[in-house]
Design a protein. Structure first.
Length: 207
């Protein structure tokens, strides 16, 4: 099987579990530099994602998941590459704590945009027209902006609620200079969540 491991601590736990089963016949790739580094430290060979044309399963974390399996994957800032792998997968599975599943997506989690720097002013104006608050993400280790693996900027957008996030995302995605957004709509096929007692709860896409 071809499997993708995304980013985050829950996917890291899965990587550790897979490392304990070296007899499994798996080709593993990842959109995350941190997950790649972890896998290599565990002795797991990581394939070049650009050479993978099909994935049987893709596992990922999320910052917020609604009951219809729409997700916000904002904090990692690699949603472009995560979406590529999600679209290649027969099944895209989210691993997350149960408290991250809510009826509507958590408004404390931003809709994050990857944008080219040259479009910063026009994109910010469009965001303002949509009555959203926004900020360009700053780097933690240098006095400057955070940059994606492609060298682009990340813009975090906030709303009082995400009841109309699909419409907002559609408008923003068409703005010149927006590369990708952190809203994953109609991509997640299964949510595997766990409560404080470790009990697993499944959330499946409604027909």
């Amino acid at each position: 099987m071809n499997i993708s491991l995304g980013g985050g601590s829950n996917v890291a736990n899965l990587a550790n579990a897979l490392a304990a089963k070296p007899d499994l016949n798996l080709t593993i790739c990842t959109p995350s530099e941190l997950t790649r580094s972890l896998c290599e430290s565990l002795g797991i060979t990581v394939a070049d994602s650009n050479k993978i044309k099909h994935l049987d399963l893709a596992f990922d974390g999320c910052d917020s998941l609604d009951i219809n399996l729409n997700a916000l994957k904002s904090n990692g800032g690699i949603h472009l590459f995560e979406k590529i792998n999600a679209e290649l997968a027969d099944r895209y599975i989210i691993l997350a704590p149960l408290q991250r599943v809510t009826k509507l997506l958590n408004p404390e989690v931003p809709l994050t945009l990857e944008i080219v720097a040259a479009a910063r002013a026009t994109v910010l104006r469009q965001i303002e027209k949509l009555n959203l608050k926004s900020s360009i993400r700053m780097a933690n280790d240098i006095a400057g902006y955070a940059r994606t693996p492609l060298g682009n900027l990340l813009v975090d957008c906030y709303s009082s609620d995400w009841s109309n996030i699909s419409e907002i995302n559609s408008v923003i995605s068409q703005q010149n200079g927006v590369i990708a957004t952190s809203f994953f709509e109609n991509l997640v096929t299964l949510g595997l969540t766990f409560d404080e007692n470790g009990k697993v709860h499944e959330f499946r896409k409604e027909d």
